[in-house]
Design a protein around this ligand. Sequence first.
Ligand SMILES: [Zn+2]
Length: 372
Amino acid sequence: MASDSLLEKYSRQMLFAGMGPDGQRRLLGSRATIVGCGAIGAAAANLLVRAGVGSVNIIDRDFVEPSNLQRQTLFDESDARNALPKAVAAEHKLRSINSGVEVRGVVADLGPKNAVELLSGCDLILDGTDNFETRFLINDFAVESGRVWIYAAAVASYGLTLTIRPGVTPCLACLLESGNSSQALEETCDTIGVLGPIVNLVASWQVAEALKILAGRPEALHGRLLSGDVWTGRMQAIRLARNPECRACAKHDYSYLQGEAQPHITLCGRDSVQIHERSRALDLPALASRLAPLVEDVRQIRNDGFFGRPRHPEGHQGPCRGALPLCPLSGRVIRFAQGIPGSARMPGTAERTPHAGAIQVFAKVHEREKGA
Ligand SMILES: [Zn+2]
């Protein structure tokens, strides 16, 4: 172990028998990537950085909003006021917490095109996402490359986590594609809410597993699907079997990684819609001008996407509520069918309309415009 200050900083963690100086040394040399920096991702990042994991990458495409602050513990009111990208705000905060850790915030939307680039080069992936499309993509990448990843999810007062070791444990496809899919797929934090304590509990379980892996203590992994409800106090630990017919870990069909399983439109539960484009090149300046009536401050973040900030109606004061996702090709509003998130589609457009590239538009509009 290097200096006295390191000995001091991690002294209580090293005193823990399961970690010790050897485990701490391994942690300091390890690299973790967190996909999604919402409530679970932010809590996990905080714990990993404080524990002294050598390098922590955080991938997120969202901006901090006031409604995040109730549970997303890395962010504060000024981050929300400035609508900072979560990856940027998280990097800034985490560097001030532990300058010895190499923290990198990546403002990006993880997809089939960039998954290998963004996820390679780490020892472990932690799930902080809010949708199953991205989770299956991570699962495909992890299974194919033999990397460990830790699934975690929470909604309302309920949450669960599973450590996935390719070839050793069941993978996410074993769990969710075997016909007994979870009802949790249907509900999001935006439809039935979420409590701060459950996301922090799930992130704590997740990071404890991460520490075992990164400190070289795989024998300490519990090997179960852990679930709990902080409202009822019920907890469960279930041992699961691999599915011998599993698409991913048995048949090596990585359709999410190859982009074949990706739907054209995904509602991701954060006032945003992803429109996945496959076959056409995009004229971004033209798109920006189409969006101009409703979206201001259009910024290109990567060459395959851009973000828009809301254009408020004339004379509008007060908080901006509600959201209308926009189709980047037509600039038209994508309506929520019967107001139910998860059923968004483009009006007047066949669902199978081919698009090219991957675009995200975040457009918030004033409540008054919501029914427009
Ligand atoms: Zn599997």
